[in-house]
Design a protein around this ligand. Sequence first.
Ligand code: NDP
Length: 287
Amino acid sequence: MTARILDGKALAEELRADFQKRAAALATRRHRPGLAVLLVGEDPASQVYVRNKVAACAAAGIFSQKLVYPADVAEATVLAQIAALNADPRIHGILVQLPLPRHFDEQAVLEAIAPEKDVDGFHAENMGALAQGRPRFIPCTPYGVMQMLAANGVDPLGQEAVIVGRSNIVGKPMALLLIHAGATVTVCHSKTRDLACHTRRADILIAAAGKPRFITADMVKPGAVVIDVGINRLPPEAGGKLCGDVDFETVRDVASLVSPVPGGVGPMTIAMLLANTIEAAEREAGR
Ligand code: NDP
């Protein structure tokens, strides 16, 4: 079997027309959606993500403001900026690019964002609402995965879903969304015994461990749907390219559907950030 490719780039492009229409409609009502992106430090991957997010806003007609700080900035400075953005009527969404430098209390920074502007969905109030099945904002990466499944006719209802990774930004919210969609969910992590025994049961396998190509064909059930969330940069001696957590070339011979890296979940994560920002502006306009 050769798997069909879950093309996140094409799906994100399809969604853009809808975003442009909604952003333009809001702008005519003097509610042009606005997103603020805060970047602390010089991490090259974070710089690329922020650049892509700002460019995607421009393409969709969303106002964006990029705020860059050196790695040694005081946490209080960033908190003061977030407080100002919370009160800024031009801004409907605030995103702090993670990871933050070690001297930051990451959770305290995320909690400083007003929950109604928390378009990443990482605030405890929004995570709690998601856990209860009444989300205000769905975290962008798992939201993008759910959209990719739906767009390709994959209904999680009654299916065995296995997630490799339990982070607050990917694994946990992914598990909640799949539970609410009716899947039977297993969450694996670094302490899981016999990982392959779990992954081989999966009808839907989500890889989000940050380990290059570590999901190999022998770990995948024939016909499974495999979503690769991982973004890993190979070392220069291995070509320096981006790759996922899934060994794409071998897994595509076993799976029925597989998402590539790049061009899979990454573009959908950005698309869902735009969706959440527009939704925040629509809520504000409706108030
Ligand atoms: P984290 O490092 O926060 O979490 C990784 C998770 O994987 C942890 O739960 C960890 O377990 C688990 N894990 C690590 N090694 C193993 C192993 N050998 N076996 C089983 N589980 C393991 O990463 P993130 O969740 O932030 O990101 C995961 C990946 O997704 C990264 O490659 C990241 O770059 C990418 N990413 C991609 C996005 C996109 O837009 N496509 C967006 C966000 C992230 P434990 O908890 O026990 O340590």
